[in-house]
Design a protein around this ligand. Structure first.
Ligand SMILES: [Zn+2]
Length: 180
C-alpha cells in the first residue's frame, strides 16, 4: 500500500478490522503517520476497531516512549472510544511504578499517590508540593515533615534516576509528571 494514497484509504479495503489495525500500527510511531480522520469509513467500523485501538494506546501509555507534543494525535484515536462510550478500558499507568491509575487525558506521565511520597530533593531529602495560594493556584515545594515551613525552591524532584516536575493543576491541586 502506498502511504501517498492514504486519503483514499478505507477500512473496508482490508479483510478485517484486525488486518486494518495491523497495517496501521506496523511502525512504532504509527500515530505520527495516521489520524482517524484520514479514513472515511472508520466510524462505521468503530465497534470492532475500538478494542484494538484501546489495547494499542494503553500500551503506548504504559511504555511512555512518545513525545508529549505528539500525544494529541494518540488522543484522537482514544476519542473514538469516548464517542462510542466504549472508553471504560482505556488505561493510564503511574510513570514511576507502572501501577494503573485513572486516565487523565492531557497528562499521560502522572505518578500515583504512593510514588508522590518517594519524591526527593537533589540532596536526598523527601519533598512535597502544595498550592502556594488560596483557591488552588501556584505550586510550592517544601521539605517533608517541616509542616510547610522549610521551602524547597524547585519544581523538580527525583525518584532514583528519574526526574519529576510539579505544577499547579488547571482546576487546583498539584500535578506531578515524569520529565521527558
Ligand atoms: Zn507509582
Amino acid at each position: 500500500m502506498n502511504i501517498e494514497n492514504k486519503q483514499k484509504f478505507k477500512v473496508a479495503y482490508f479483510q478485517s478490522a484486525n488486518e486494518f489495525w495491523k497495517f496501521i500500527t506496523q511502525n512504532d510511531e504509527w500515530y505520527l503517520e495516521h489520524l482517524p480522520q484520514d479514513f472515511e469509513d472508520l466510524k462505521s467500523n468503530s465497534k470492532s476497531l475500538i478494542p484494538l485501538i484501546i489495547e494499542t494506546t494503553n500500551e503506548l501509555r504504559y511504555n511512555l516512549k512518545f513525545k508529549q507534543s505528539d500525544y494529541w494525535r494518540i488522543i484522537q484515536w482514544d476519542n473514538i472510544a469516548f464517542e462510542m462510550k466504549m472508553d471504560d478500558k482505556l488505561k493510564q499507568f503511574c510513570s514511576n511504578c507502572k501501577k494503573e491509575i485513572g486516565l487523565v487525558q492531557r497528562f499521560p506521565r502522572l505518578i500515583c499517590h504512593e510514588c508522590k511520597n518517594e519524591l526527593k530533593s537533589s540532596d536526598e531529602r523527601n519533598v512535597e508540593f502544595f498550592n502556594s495560594e488560596a483557591l488552588g493556584y501556584g505550586c510550592q515545594g517544601y521539605y517533608s515533615g517541616t509542616n510547610q515551613t522549610e521551602k524547597y525552591n524547585s519544581n523538580e524532584s527525583y525518584i532514583g534516576n528519574k526526574t519529576f516536575i510539579a505544577e499547579e493543576g488547571r482546576f487546583g491541586g498539584i500535578l506531578i509528571e515524569l520529565k521527558e
